[in-house]
Design a protein around this ligand. Structure first.
Ligand code: CA
Length: 379
């Protein structure tokens, strides 16, 4: 297995990818700046007269009793936020002083805050605990892969009582995939406990992330969302899944369109293959009614899904569940772009614990989404 997760603690809000770093500040006493203050001759006299700060420097002409306060003005306290920084290695870190970084168990990797701070990286491995925002959790021997039996556990301690979500970004994540019959993760497993239920994950999930509440949370007017272990070539849809996928409704956007991702690997796209035998063509199935075309076991719920160009049905007649091997809000063999205007934007994916003999070689789903601006047609 080869695993690297980035862990981000969120203070009473949903995270964005820029949320690494805390809202604390670092202060250092800086002598360089005070020296600059004394290089006043560079300033022209007209400027000196206007500037109250510079007038203060003229205290050198004051009587000797003022000497002490003048001495103190040599030192300037430089304060900078402990914000996110890019380390020299390319990793994400938190900007802090060398002393803070060392005391908190991090390792400095490059400069930040105009050279006043160091970019501090937190990386931890099996059997450890962390309360640092933006911690990397890696397997033993990382970046080499690990091949062995056992468990590798990390305990995350809230950095602040107000933290209500923990976001896990899967930077590199390749562990054994599910078994091929019922797609159950029965070898390697990634388990999150202690919060809202998170399904057991396995396989290859680089680029994914989990959030509690909305297990996956996306921002931006457009983007791509994938089920865990999705890979059109060989990734098998995971069984035992039940989670929400949220897309933040951006300002002035009222609807969202989903389209199956391009599949450059297979002759017939497997970008949306949730039920049926995806080794052959399978039409889209919708709804949960007791007919042959129903999505009772595995389904993606798109609230009030309508194919683009169709008139939206009344709420009571809305199609929600979509399954089968073609992405469309209608029983069809032709892929479609599907529109939903239900707010907030949230999908729900469910998979039971059975695949064979009806459901074979399904890949799960990969959808591109584009939010739709509020107009007369999309409200
Ligand atoms: Ca199933």
């Amino acid at each position: 297995m080869n695993v690297r997760l980035a862990i981000i603690l969120c203070l009473l809000k949903l995270c964005t990818s820029n949320d690494i770093g805390s809202e604390n500040k670092s202060s250092i006493i800086n002598a360089r700046t005070s020296l600059n203050r004394f290089s006043l001759p560079k300033w022209n006299s007209a400027h000196v007269k206007k500037n109250s700060f510079v007038q203060k420097q003229e205290s050198r002409f004051w009587p000797p009793v003022q000497k002490e306060s003048r001495f103190l003005s040599l030192f300037t306290v430089v304060t900078f936020p402990n914000g996110a920084c890019a380390a020299a290695s390319g990793d994400n870190g938190t900007c802090m002083t060398a002393r803070e970084c060392s005391a908190r168990g991090g390792s400095a990797n490059g400069y930040c805050a105009n050279g006043f701070g160091l970019c501090c990286i937190f990386m931890t491995s099996c059997g450890s605990s962390t309360s640092e925002n933006g911690t990397y959790f890696v397997n033993s021997g990382y970046p080499s892969s690990y091949d062995g039996t056992g468990s590798c556990e990390l305990t995350i301690i809230k950095a602040h009582p107000d933290v209500c979500q923990i976001r896990l970004d899967f930077n590199r994540f390749t562990i054994a995939g599910p078994e091929p019959t019922n797609h159950v993760c029965n070898q390697d497993q990634f388990i999150v406990s202690g919060g809202n239920p998170v399904p057991t994950i396995c396989g290859s999930n680089q680029g994914s992330h989990t959030d509690e509440g909305c297990l996956q949370y996306y921002t931006g007017v457009s983007g791509q969302l994938r089920s865990f272990n999705y890979d059109p070539a060989s990734g098998l849809q995971l069984s035992n899944q039940d989670y929400g996928i949220c897309i933040r409704m951006e300002r002035n956007f009222c609807g969202i369109q989903y389209t199956a991702c391009p599949d450059n690997v297979n002759n017939r796209s497997r970008a949306f293959t949730i039920s049926g035998n995806s080794n052959g063509p399978v039409n889209a199935m919708v709804g949960s009614g007791p007919t042959q075309n129903n999505c009772a076991n595995d389904w993606l719920l798109v609230p009030c899904a309508t194919n683009v160009g169709r008139i939206q049905p009344a709420q009571a007649l809305c199609t929600d569940r979509i399954c089968g091997g073609t992405f469309s809000a209608e029983l069809s063999m032709t892929p479609a772009t599907v529109l939903s205007t239900v707010k907030p934007f949230r999908l729900w994916f469910h998979a039971d614990n059975v695949e064979a003999p009806v459901d074979i070689d399904n890949r799960g789903f990969c959808l591109n989404y584009i939010q739709q601006p509020c107009t007369n047609n999309v409200m």
